[in-house]
Design a protein around this ligand. Structure first.
Ligand code: NAD
Length: 258
C-alpha cells in the first residue's frame, strides 16, 4: 500500500470558507483563529463587534470577513447563509457555536429562560444547518457542519434546565442530520467542550466551592482555555474527518472518563 497519509495536506483548509457564529469571544473566537490558521477564510458572525477576532486573524496572516446577525431574530438567521455567501462566496464549513446559558433552580426556572435558550442553542442550530445544507446541495458541493454541544449533552448538570435540554437536543440533531446527510456529502458532527474559561462559565469560576469541586474532578487538573477546542474543530472541518459522521467529540480534559 502506498504512503497516502499526508498529515499536512489532510488537515489544511486552504481554499475553504468557514462561517463561525458567535466568533467575537471565547470558544467561537478560538475556533475562528484555528480554522484561519489552517488556511480557511473565516466569516465571523454575531450580534456584537467582530473587530478583535478580525484583527487577530489579520495580524496572523489569515483572512477574516465579518457579518452582523442576531441569531435570536428568526428573519436574520433565515437570511444569514445566503446573504453571507452572496457577499463573500460559497461557504464550505458551518460552525454553530453561538449559545447562551441561564441559571436558576428547576423549581424557579422561568419560561423566558427556557424559551430564549432553546431558541438560540437548539432551534437556531437546526435551521442554520438546514439552510447551510440547502446552500451546499444547490451547488452539488461538500460541506462540514460542526455544532458545539456540551458535557451536558451527556450529563444532567444543576440549575441549567434549558441549557441541558438544548445541548441534549444538539447531540440528538447532530446524529439525525448525520444519518440524513452523510451520503449527500455533508459531515455533521459536534464538539463537546469541557469546562472552558469563558463568559459562559464566569459564575462557576466566581464561586469558590463550585470552582474547587469542578477542578478536583478534571483529570487534566485545569480548566480548558478556548484555544484547547480549536484543534478538534480543524480536524472535523478537514479531509481527515471525511468519514467521521454523527460524532459528539468530547474535548474535556478527561472529565467524562472519570
Ligand atoms: P461566550 O459567552 O463567550 O460565547 C457565546 C457567543 O455567542 C458570543 O460570541 C455571543 O456574542 C454569541 N451570541 C449570544 N447570543 C447571540 C445571538 N442572539 N446572536 C448571535 N450571537 C450570539 O461563551 P463560550 O463558552 O465561548 O460559548 C460558546 C459555545 O460553547 C456555546 O454554545 C456554549 O454553550 C458552548 N460551551 C461552552 C462551554 C464552556 O465551558 N465555556 C462548555 C461547553 C459548551
Amino acid at each position: 500500500m502506498a504512503l497516502s497519509f499526508r498529515p499536512a495536506s489532510l488537515f489544511q483548509l486552504e481554499g475553504k470558507r468557514a462561517l463561525v457564529t458567535g466568533a467575537n469571544t471565547g470558544i467561537g473566537q478560538a475556533i475562528a483563529l484555528a480554522l484561519a490558521g489552517a488556511g480557511a477564510e473565516v466569516i465571523a458572525v454575531g450580534r456584537s463587534s467582530m473587530a478583535q477576532t478580525e484583527a487577530l486573524i489579520k495580524d496572523g496572516g489569515g483572512t477574516c470577513r465579518t457579518f452582523k446577525a442576531d441569531l435570536g431574530i428568526p428573519a436574520e438567521r433565515q437570511a444569514l447563509i445566503e446573504q453571507a455567501a452572496g457577499a463573500f462566496g460559497p461557504i464550505d464549513i458551518l460552525v454553530n457555536n453561538a449559545g447562551i446559558i441561564r441559571r436558576a433552580e428547576a423549581l424557579e426556572f422561568s419560561e423566558q429562560d427556557w424559551d430564549e435558550v432553546m431558541d438560540l442553542n437548539l432551534k437556531a442550530v437546526f435551521f442554520l444547518a438546514q439552510s447551510f445544507a440547502k446552500h451546499v446541495l444547490a451547488r452539488a458541493g461538500r460541506g462540514k457542519i460542526i455544532n458545539i454541544a456540551s458535557l451536558l449533552s451527556f450529563q444532567g448538570g444543576i440549575r441549567v434546565a434549558s441549557y441541558t435540554a438544548s445541548k441534549g437536543g444538539v447531540a440528538g440533531i447532530t446524529r439525525l442530520l448525520a444519518c440524513e446527510w452523510a451520503a449527500k456529502g455533508l459531515n455533521v458532527n459536534a464538539i463537546a467542550p469541557g469546562y472552558v474559561v469563558s463568559n459562559n462559565t464566569e459564575a462557576l469560576r466566581a464561586d469558590p466551592a463550585r470552582n474547587a469541586a469542578i477542578l478536583a474532578r478534571i483529570p487534566a487538573g485545569r480548566w480548558a482555555e478556548p484555544a484547547d477546542i480549536g484543534g478538534a474543530a480543524v480536524f472535523l472541518a478537514s479531509a481527515a474527518a471525511d468519514y467521521v459522521h454523527g460524532v459528539i467529540l468530547p474535548v474535556d480534559g478527561g472529565w467524562l472518563a472519570r
